[in-house]
Unconditional design. Sequence first.
Length: 292
Amino acid sequence: MTNPLVLASGVWGLTGGNLVRAAKEGAGAVTSKSCSLQPRRGYGNPSVFHWDNAVINAMGLCNPGVDEMLDELRFAIKNAGVPVIASAFGNSFDDYARMCEKMRSVKPALIEIDISCPHHEPGKKVAKPFACVARDAAQVTEVSKEACGKVPLCVKLSPNVSDIGEIAKAVEGAGADAICAINSVKAMVIDVDARRPVLANKVGGLSGPAINPIAVRAVYDVRNAVEIPIIGTGGVTTGRDAIAMLMAGATAVGVGSAIAFRDRVFKRIAEEMEIFMRDKGYAKLSQIKLEE
Ligand SMILES: Cc1cc2nc3c(=O)[nH]c(=O)nc-3n(C[C@H](O)[C@H](O)[C@H](O)COP(=O)(O)O)c2cc1C
């Protein structure tokens, strides 16, 4: 990677063209929108709402299904010129294994599994996300890792847990090669004039600058629990936010909602990081650490 900035999943990566554009705009790596075995319509509108310093969304993981996404991924892998990360989710352990098997066929740089969504096997009631129960997180990692073959596996964790370090340890123990932390924070916004939630789904995920301190704390907790690389994601909008992620223990830095807040966001964050490093006398990223 020419810089440590990774386009986060779902924000700009539904098509191969968008992934290529993010790379051209300066992302060091790009992640595709999470997809599933079957196409999903997602939730109705309003599904995204953003204000001064945050975004809330309940898109409902709309996607055209893995077979169509594979074409988008092939296009991105051929044209982006940066590593492409393929993101997958499913309803069951078996779904995740089948998704990883399909995705490895296009040889992405990394397969990322989004395990933060509620899941339900046909006929069963909706269960807690795999990311919220250490045993489930380990099991989904194990089956996915086996299905990934030679492609390394990144597991994306949820902040909506009491001890993210425990979950991180479980997925590392089950064979994860990297961790992405964090997904969006469970939230709700109410329009008091209309006396109803702003999102059609009522509840959604909060992202953007407002969640940055939550993400930094989560990455710090994950770093204290595991040795594997971490893509620190959540509210990174400026070079200083990205530096804070690295100081918390991240290896690379995810950027998602910031594209709604700043133009040329990847180039500007990278430039701000460079200026910070020059001013403080850092020669390489690995020197960026908290004071002992
Ligand atoms: C509109 C939107 C859609 C998202 N879709 C996905 C998704 O499909 N898969 C996933 O793992 N994360 C998804 N995310 C979460 C982001 O990848 C990221 O983890 C989160 O937004 C925090 O980072 P940010 O504050 O930089 O956006 C989505 C976020 C937003 C705002």
